[in-house]
Design a protein. Sequence first.
Length: 369
Amino acid sequence: MHRYKKYPVLEVNLEAIRNNARVMREYCMARGVSIAGVVKVSDGDLRVARALYEGGCTQLAASRIVHLKQIKQALPQVETMLIRIPMPSEAAEVVRDCDISLNSEADTLRALNATARRLGKVHGVVLMLDVGDLREGVTSEESLLPLALLVERALPNLRLMGIGTTYACFGGLMPTQENLGTLAHAVKRVEEAIGRKLGIVSGGSSINLTLLANGGGMPPEITHLRLGGSIINPVSIRRNRNVAIPGIREDTFTLTAELVEVAVKPSRPSGTQGRNWAGDVVDFPDLGLRRRAILALGSQDVGDARKLIPRDVGVRVVGNSSDHTILDITDSGKDWRPGDKVSFGLYYMPLLYAFATRHVAIHYLREES
């Protein structure tokens, strides 16, 4: 284990990310699907973006314009995609700094067109169809078709690149042959109306690998996926979705924090219990006296620490407050002491927090391919 001057520290294995981008791109291409490498979970980190590009992702996507601007400056050959539908007030930045954006609102499309005309540019758009997850997108073919015709016939500084949808982001909707078929049928109607094929039919994100890997594949009309977590942090999709792609490495990130207290304590609070710091009432099972350890790590650093994956057998995350994380180390078999370091893998949410906060140091491993 490396020793650092500052903890907590997040180690980033760029070689593993580069490998995963290459493996995932080849896996999807063999099934007729192109991919956009999504850097959202890494807070748009440029070194992570470069690793994705070096692994073969020539289209990179993010939900923040500032990240795409930085990527375009560092990697001008990359095609950039904004995957959060734009605010009308940021139309100028979208057109200036993003090659493609996802959209669902006619007024926003008009604002993008006006800006693109003023800047002498043509901006690519993907229209979103909501097939049931209840996040962004129009909710029917009848609403999608006039929006597509608006772009194609009345907004000359926009280029209709394709149609997309999303899954398992807000409503937890899983992709199926049936709901992806709804997308495919809508795309067919749009293509018939505009008289040409669309280059992008974006069927979703890493959750769609449940179909590609385990569910018999996607309809052939689906030609594109937006993949971030399955490349950058694949442990989440394997543990949560039972998806394991051959050749994918899970050693992409390690979070290490320092112990500040080790003591034997009861497993249940004593006295009258009310709401905790987050406003929740927590039910603690009575396990008797347990050996507890406290990390100098909290929700400011990782959000919900229960979504950390201890690397040491027998270590269990009990919970956290804003600045402390409580571990049960009774069954670990180690003589833990204050100052010792504990390492973890991370699910999606703590990784998102760790990259975004200024309180976690970032260290990049093996930067040369």
